[in-house]
Design a protein around this ligand. Structure first.
Ligand SMILES: [Zn+2]
Ligand SMILES: [Zn+2]
Length: 259
Protein backbone atom coordinates (compact mmCIF):
# COMPACT_ATOMS: atom_id res chain seq x y z
CA UNK A 1 0.00 0.00 0.00
CA UNK A 2 1.28 3.40 -0.97
CA UNK A 3 4.76 2.21 -1.81
CA UNK A 4 5.02 4.69 -4.68
CA UNK A 5 3.60 7.98 -5.86
CA UNK A 6 2.40 10.52 -3.32
CA UNK A 7 1.56 10.33 0.36
CA UNK A 8 -0.23 12.49 2.84
CA UNK A 9 2.30 12.91 5.65
CA UNK A 10 1.03 10.87 8.65
CA UNK A 11 0.02 12.77 11.79
CA UNK A 12 2.92 13.22 14.22
CA UNK A 13 1.37 11.05 16.94
CA UNK A 14 1.58 8.06 14.60
CA UNK A 15 5.39 8.37 14.50
CA UNK A 16 5.55 8.69 18.29
CA UNK A 17 3.37 5.59 18.64
CA UNK A 18 5.62 3.57 16.28
CA UNK A 19 8.63 4.39 18.49
CA UNK A 20 6.69 3.65 21.69
CA UNK A 21 5.55 0.24 20.39
CA UNK A 22 9.17 -0.56 19.57
CA UNK A 23 10.20 0.48 23.08
CA UNK A 24 7.55 -1.83 24.57
CA UNK A 25 8.88 -4.77 22.54
CA UNK A 26 5.62 -5.11 20.61
CA UNK A 27 6.04 -6.81 17.21
CA UNK A 28 4.33 -4.36 14.85
CA UNK A 29 6.39 -4.33 11.65
CA UNK A 30 3.26 -5.13 9.60
CA UNK A 31 1.03 -2.61 11.35
CA UNK A 32 0.45 0.45 9.11
CA UNK A 33 1.64 3.68 10.68
CA UNK A 34 -1.81 5.27 10.79
CA UNK A 35 -2.94 2.52 13.17
CA UNK A 36 0.08 2.78 15.47
CA UNK A 37 -1.74 4.99 18.05
CA UNK A 38 -4.60 2.43 18.28
CA UNK A 39 -1.97 -0.32 18.50
CA UNK A 40 -0.21 1.53 21.30
CA UNK A 41 -3.47 1.95 23.23
CA UNK A 42 -4.12 -1.78 22.79
CA UNK A 43 -0.60 -2.68 23.96
CA UNK A 44 -0.78 -0.46 27.04
CA UNK A 45 -4.17 -1.86 28.07
CA UNK A 46 -3.00 -5.45 27.45
CA UNK A 47 0.24 -5.01 29.35
CA UNK A 48 -1.59 -3.42 32.29
CA UNK A 49 -3.66 -6.58 32.43
CA UNK A 50 -0.80 -9.06 31.87
CA UNK A 51 2.71 -7.66 32.39
CA UNK A 52 5.35 -9.60 30.49
CA UNK A 53 2.94 -10.51 27.71
CA UNK A 54 4.16 -10.92 24.11
CA UNK A 55 2.12 -8.85 21.70
CA UNK A 56 2.01 -8.94 17.92
CA UNK A 57 -0.04 -6.43 15.92
CA UNK A 58 -0.58 -6.41 12.19
CA UNK A 59 -2.95 -5.52 9.37
CA UNK A 60 -4.51 -8.20 7.21
CA UNK A 61 -7.15 -7.63 4.55
CA UNK A 62 -7.81 -4.11 5.82
CA UNK A 63 -8.44 -5.39 9.36
CA UNK A 64 -6.51 -4.71 12.58
CA UNK A 65 -5.24 -8.03 13.98
CA UNK A 66 -3.75 -8.89 17.36
CA UNK A 67 -2.07 -11.92 18.94
CA UNK A 68 -1.03 -12.09 22.59
CA UNK A 69 0.57 -14.77 24.72
CA UNK A 70 2.30 -15.32 28.05
CA UNK A 71 2.74 -12.80 30.83
CA UNK A 72 1.34 -12.87 34.36
CA UNK A 73 -2.03 -11.67 35.50
CA UNK A 74 -1.62 -8.33 37.24
CA UNK A 75 -4.48 -8.70 39.68
CA UNK A 76 -6.38 -11.46 41.50
CA UNK A 77 -9.48 -10.40 39.58
CA UNK A 78 -8.11 -11.79 36.32
CA UNK A 79 -7.31 -10.26 32.95
CA UNK A 80 -9.00 -7.60 30.90
CA UNK A 81 -11.39 -9.38 28.57
CA UNK A 82 -9.43 -9.84 25.33
CA UNK A 83 -12.64 -9.94 23.32
CA UNK A 84 -13.44 -6.50 24.68
CA UNK A 85 -10.01 -5.18 23.69
CA UNK A 86 -10.27 -6.63 20.19
CA UNK A 87 -13.72 -5.17 19.73
CA UNK A 88 -12.65 -1.77 21.01
CA UNK A 89 -9.61 -1.44 18.81
CA UNK A 90 -11.27 -2.94 15.73
CA UNK A 91 -13.84 -0.24 16.14
CA UNK A 92 -11.21 2.51 16.41
CA UNK A 93 -9.22 1.29 13.41
CA UNK A 94 -12.31 1.00 11.21
CA UNK A 95 -12.59 4.80 11.59
CA UNK A 96 -8.90 5.62 11.19
CA UNK A 97 -6.92 5.93 7.95
CA UNK A 98 -4.26 3.25 8.14
CA UNK A 99 -1.80 5.39 6.20
CA UNK A 100 -1.98 8.77 7.91
CA UNK A 101 -4.03 8.41 11.11
CA UNK A 102 -6.78 10.89 10.11
CA UNK A 103 -10.49 9.95 10.16
CA UNK A 104 -11.22 7.33 7.50
CA UNK A 105 -13.57 4.51 6.53
CA UNK A 106 -13.29 1.13 4.81
CA UNK A 107 -12.47 1.93 1.18
CA UNK A 108 -14.80 0.81 -1.62
CA UNK A 109 -11.84 0.68 -3.99
CA UNK A 110 -8.99 -0.78 -1.97
CA UNK A 111 -8.86 -3.43 0.75
CA UNK A 112 -7.94 -0.87 3.38
CA UNK A 113 -9.28 1.75 5.75
CA UNK A 114 -8.45 5.12 4.20
CA UNK A 115 -9.23 8.80 4.53
CA UNK A 116 -10.65 10.38 1.36
CA UNK A 117 -7.40 12.24 0.76
CA UNK A 118 -5.12 9.18 0.94
CA UNK A 119 -7.57 7.23 -1.21
CA UNK A 120 -7.48 10.00 -3.80
CA UNK A 121 -3.67 10.04 -3.84
CA UNK A 122 -3.53 6.26 -4.18
CA UNK A 123 -6.06 6.09 -6.99
CA UNK A 124 -4.85 9.04 -9.04
CA UNK A 125 -1.13 9.15 -8.25
CA UNK A 126 -1.55 12.91 -8.62
CA UNK A 127 -0.12 15.37 -6.11
CA UNK A 128 -2.74 18.02 -6.88
CA UNK A 129 -5.59 16.95 -4.60
CA UNK A 130 -8.83 18.77 -5.44
CA UNK A 131 -9.98 19.06 -1.81
CA UNK A 132 -8.39 19.50 1.64
CA UNK A 133 -8.35 16.65 4.20
CA UNK A 134 -11.90 16.10 5.47
CA UNK A 135 -14.18 13.69 7.30
CA UNK A 136 -15.07 10.79 4.98
CA UNK A 137 -17.94 11.47 2.57
CA UNK A 138 -21.11 9.53 3.16
CA UNK A 139 -22.03 7.25 0.24
CA UNK A 140 -24.94 9.50 -0.75
CA UNK A 141 -22.68 12.56 -1.09
CA UNK A 142 -20.05 10.59 -3.01
CA UNK A 143 -22.63 9.26 -5.47
CA UNK A 144 -24.22 12.70 -5.95
CA UNK A 145 -20.79 14.13 -6.74
CA UNK A 146 -20.12 11.36 -9.26
CA UNK A 147 -23.47 11.97 -10.87
CA UNK A 148 -22.74 15.69 -11.28
CA UNK A 149 -19.40 14.84 -12.88
CA UNK A 150 -20.92 12.15 -15.14
CA UNK A 151 -23.64 14.50 -16.32
CA UNK A 152 -21.13 17.26 -16.93
CA UNK A 153 -23.01 19.70 -14.69
CA UNK A 154 -21.80 21.67 -11.67
CA UNK A 155 -18.69 19.51 -11.43
CA UNK A 156 -17.00 22.30 -9.44
CA UNK A 157 -19.51 22.15 -6.56
CA UNK A 158 -17.82 21.10 -3.26
CA UNK A 159 -18.57 17.45 -2.46
CA UNK A 160 -20.52 18.18 0.73
CA UNK A 161 -23.03 20.23 -1.26
CA UNK A 162 -23.31 17.88 -4.24
CA UNK A 163 -26.61 16.29 -3.18
CA UNK A 164 -28.30 19.64 -2.64
CA UNK A 165 -26.90 21.00 -5.91
CA UNK A 166 -28.16 17.97 -7.84
CA UNK A 167 -31.63 18.27 -6.32
CA UNK A 168 -31.70 22.01 -7.06
CA UNK A 169 -30.64 21.42 -10.66
CA UNK A 170 -33.48 18.95 -11.12
CA UNK A 171 -36.06 21.28 -9.57
CA UNK A 172 -34.94 24.12 -11.86
CA UNK A 173 -35.11 21.78 -14.82
CA UNK A 174 -38.69 20.80 -13.90
CA UNK A 175 -39.83 24.45 -14.07
CA UNK A 176 -37.72 25.10 -17.21
CA UNK A 177 -35.46 27.62 -15.51
CA UNK A 178 -32.21 25.68 -15.67
CA UNK A 179 -30.92 27.53 -18.76
CA UNK A 180 -31.20 30.83 -16.94
CA UNK A 181 -29.75 29.79 -13.58
CA UNK A 182 -26.24 30.82 -12.55
CA UNK A 183 -24.78 28.98 -9.54
CA UNK A 184 -21.99 30.48 -7.44
CA UNK A 185 -19.92 29.40 -4.43
CA UNK A 186 -20.15 31.96 -1.61
CA UNK A 187 -17.86 30.05 0.74
CA UNK A 188 -20.42 29.28 3.43
CA UNK A 189 -23.25 28.49 1.00
CA UNK A 190 -24.19 28.01 -2.64
CA UNK A 191 -26.18 30.75 -4.32
CA UNK A 192 -28.14 30.91 -7.55
CA UNK A 193 -29.14 33.86 -9.58
CA UNK A 194 -31.24 34.09 -12.66
CA UNK A 195 -30.36 35.96 -15.80
CA UNK A 196 -32.98 38.35 -17.09
CA UNK A 197 -34.35 39.35 -13.67
CA UNK A 198 -36.01 37.43 -10.87
CA UNK A 199 -39.44 37.75 -9.35
CA UNK A 200 -40.48 34.23 -10.37
CA UNK A 201 -42.10 32.65 -7.31
CA UNK A 202 -40.96 29.11 -8.10
CA UNK A 203 -37.40 30.34 -8.54
CA UNK A 204 -37.37 32.33 -5.29
CA UNK A 205 -38.43 29.24 -3.37
CA UNK A 206 -35.78 27.04 -5.00
CA UNK A 207 -33.15 29.69 -4.34
CA UNK A 208 -33.94 30.04 -0.64
CA UNK A 209 -34.07 26.24 -0.22
CA UNK A 210 -30.63 25.94 -1.82
CA UNK A 211 -29.11 28.67 0.32
CA UNK A 212 -30.62 27.35 3.56
CA UNK A 213 -29.64 23.75 2.84
CA UNK A 214 -26.04 24.51 1.95
CA UNK A 215 -25.63 26.92 4.90
CA UNK A 216 -26.60 24.06 7.20
CA UNK A 217 -24.08 21.60 5.72
CA UNK A 218 -20.31 21.25 5.64
CA UNK A 219 -19.00 22.06 2.14
CA UNK A 220 -16.32 19.38 2.46
CA UNK A 221 -18.19 16.37 3.86
CA UNK A 222 -21.94 17.19 3.90
CA UNK A 223 -22.39 16.74 7.67
CA UNK A 224 -24.45 19.28 9.58
CA UNK A 225 -22.65 22.51 10.34
CA UNK A 226 -23.90 25.24 12.61
CA UNK A 227 -24.27 28.87 11.50
CA UNK A 228 -21.95 29.72 14.44
CA UNK A 229 -19.25 27.24 13.33
CA UNK A 230 -15.61 28.24 13.84
CA UNK A 231 -15.16 28.36 10.06
CA UNK A 232 -18.50 29.19 8.38
CA UNK A 233 -19.53 26.60 5.80
CA UNK A 234 -17.75 23.64 7.36
CA UNK A 235 -18.28 21.25 10.25
CA UNK A 236 -16.10 21.30 13.36
CA UNK A 237 -14.64 17.91 12.41
CA UNK A 238 -13.29 19.09 9.06
CA UNK A 239 -12.07 22.32 10.67
CA UNK A 240 -10.17 20.34 13.33
CA UNK A 241 -8.56 18.05 10.72
CA UNK A 242 -7.48 20.99 8.58
CA UNK A 243 -6.24 23.03 11.56
CA UNK A 244 -3.51 20.44 12.10
CA UNK A 245 -2.08 21.16 8.66
CA UNK A 246 -1.17 18.71 5.93
CA UNK A 247 1.56 18.05 3.50
CA UNK A 248 1.78 15.87 0.41
CA UNK A 249 5.09 14.08 0.13
CA UNK A 250 6.65 11.96 -2.56
CA UNK A 251 7.05 8.39 -1.46
CA UNK A 252 10.30 7.50 -3.20
CA UNK A 253 12.61 10.21 -1.96
CA UNK A 254 10.50 11.85 0.72
CA UNK A 255 10.71 15.16 -1.15
CA UNK A 256 7.92 17.61 -0.43
CA UNK A 257 5.73 18.58 -3.34
CA UNK A 258 3.28 21.00 -1.81
CA UNK A 259 0.95 21.61 1.06
ZN1 LIG B 1 -5.10 9.23 5.19
ZN1 LIG C 1 -17.16 18.36 7.37
Amino acid sequence: MGEQGYFLRPLPETGVAVLSLRGLGVVAADLPQGWAPAGLAFAIASLASRPGQSIRLWEEGGVFRTAVSGGSSATADGDIDEMFLDWLFDDVTVRTCQLCGRPGQPSQKRVAVLCDFCEHLLLTNDAAAPFPPRLPLFDSAASAQLELIDRGILAWVPAGWARVALRTFERLDDVRLIQKAIFSDKGDHLAIDISGGGGIVAFDQIRSDLEDSTRARCRHCGRWSSPTATVPGQCEGCTAIQARGWEIIRARNGGEVGR
